[in-house]
Design a binder for this molecule. Structure first.
Ligand code: SF4
Ligand code: SF4
Length: 125
């Protein structure tokens, strides 16, 4: 679901600066989220950046706009064609998969150790 900003917003502007999709702008009363641009940070980050930085927790999921990961990722790619080829889905770039982050990081670490063991100590020189 796209995020939304509640009426408690006191217009600090922090969320606007961190939104990777340029989906947050100053509205008449408070900052607002454009649901046509918000992709819940899918393709960019493992967590929603506006939720992470809002000091009073008023960037929240919109219960009336529930969407799945594929829909959100497609929106982000269409909204930002200039960087679409750099976006990817995974534990580091989707809150839908973020629960796999620890496992993914551990596997990468093990992979690097195995790589170093196989290539030997002189491989970097
Ligand atoms: S969830 Fe992410 S893309 Fe959506 S408004 Fe918040 S920071 Fe922007
Ligand atoms: S971070 Fe929170 S309080 Fe600040 S502008 Fe965004 S929604 Fe409003």
């Amino acid at each position: 679901m796209a995020n939304m900003i509640t009426e408690q917003c006191f217009n600090c502007g922090v969320c606007e600066r961190v939104c990777p999709a340029a989906a947050i702008t100053r509205g008449e009363q408070t900052f607002v989220v454009d649901p046509g641009l918000c992709g819940e940070c899918v393709g960019f980050y493992h967590s929603k950046q506006c939720e992470r930085v809002c000091p009073i927790d008023c960037c929240v999921p919109d219960p009336n706009n529930v969407e799945d990961e594929a829909t959100l990722f497609e929106r982000v790619q269409k909204a930002h064609p200039e960087i679409a080829h750099t976006l990817e889905l995974g534990p580091e770039t989707s809150h839908f998969q973020a629960h796999n982050r620890t496992l993914s990081s551990s596997l990468k670490r093990v992979g690097r150790r195995i790589g170093r063991a196989l290539t030997g100590p002189d491989s970097g020189s």
